[in-house]
Design a protein around this ligand. Structure first.
Ligand code: UTP
Length: 295
């Protein structure tokens, strides 16, 4: 069965980005010209996903507004001779069908995914984290490759992974690959391991495909020490019960940009802005003038 549903969890509190996220979702912070979540919807659309469920929470309604038609804005642009700006709203016409549900209490990513159960039903589905952009140099087909691997290997779950420095493994879910192939079986995975306990330096990169069995596994997963239901722990449970989990490696040019903390958000914004086809050259000149050799 071809996969047509995607889930984007966007309900997290984004506390690491306070005060920027006090009254606006971190998933709506701009990177270059667009809010982060728009990159993700465009990526999913390119991979053929037709239906997207946002798992939202309190204070996240600007995400719905962003993907909604705005006839008043269009009329104003027309009446004021700014028709050229209409192309900036083209993303509204992608033909993706959006649905929204709410995670009432922020009890972790596993709990957020569980909110999608009645949306996806008995079909396999994609999960794309709302705070991670993949690919700047060229559009990433990683979700398509995940769906292909999921079907070809008759897997219960397929996970995108990327290599990170060992010093950063404690920030991510980390997998143990069974081989050096681009697509491989995962034999173990751990959420935010200490460096000396990490099974490798291949980190989960915010894109997954799941069979519907994941919901039952999440329900049987225990809350962690922070009282959150971790998606990684639910996947690990299914692995221990004999399910097949495959990993798909992200090539370097499809780098993942995690904007969940200020260090990586600033780096991501600067990289996208400096390489913007329209504004990048002038901005690079400006930065050189500002800092010269001191950069
Ligand atoms: P994070 O793990 O970065 O958590 O979420 P967070 O709560 O948003 O951020 P901090 O730790 O407070 O700074 C990864 C993705 O999962 C979603 C987030 O919205 C983000 O897109 N998420 C996380 C949920 O939807 N619900 C949750 O309970 C937690």
């Amino acid at each position: 069965m071809s996969i047509r549903n995607a889930v984007i969890p966007v309900a997290g509190l984004g506390t690491r980005l306070l005060p920027a996220t006090k009254s606006q979702p971190k998933e709506m912070l701009p990177v270059g010209k667009k809010p982060i979540v728009q990159y993700i919807v465009e990526e999913l659309h390119r991979c053929g996903l037709e239906r997207v469920l946002f798992v939202t929470g309190r204070g996240k309604s600007s995400i719905e507004d962003h993907f909604d038609d705005d006839p008043d804005l269009i009329r104003t642009l027309r009446e004021t001779g700014k028709e050229d700006l209409l192309q900036e709203l083209e993303y509204e016409r992608l033909g993706v069908h959006f649905l929204y549900t709410r995670q009432r209490r922020q009890r972790g990513l596993g709990d957020a995914v569980l909110c999608a159960e009645h949306f996806t039903g008995t079909e396999p589905f994609v999960v794309a984290l709302g705070d991670s952009i993949i690919g700047r140099h060229k559009p990433s087909p990683i979700v398509k490759r995940l769906m292909d691997a999921f079907e070809k290997h008759d897997a219960d779950c397929a996970i995108a992974v990327e290599q990170v420095p060992l010093s950063q493994v404690s920030m991510y879910g980390v997998v143990k690959p069974a081989s050096n192939d681009d697509v491989f079986e995962i034999t173990d995975l751990v959420e935010k391991p200490r460096r000396e306990e990490a099974p490798s330096n291949w980190a989960i990169a915010g894109r997954y495909v799941f069979a519907p069995g994941i919901f039952d596994a999440i329900k049987r997963t225990s809350f962690d020490h922070r009282n959150e239901l971790q998606l990684t722990d639910a996947i690990r449970l299914t692995l221990r019960e004999g399910k097949k989990i495959v990993g798909v490696r992200l090539p370097a040019e499809e780098k993942r940009y995690d904007i969940g903390n200020f260090e990586s958000y600033f780096e991501t914004f600067v990289e996208f802005a400096l390489t913007d086809p329209e504004f990048g050259p002038q901005l690079r000149k400006h930065v050189k003038e500002l800092f010269g050799e001191n950069l």
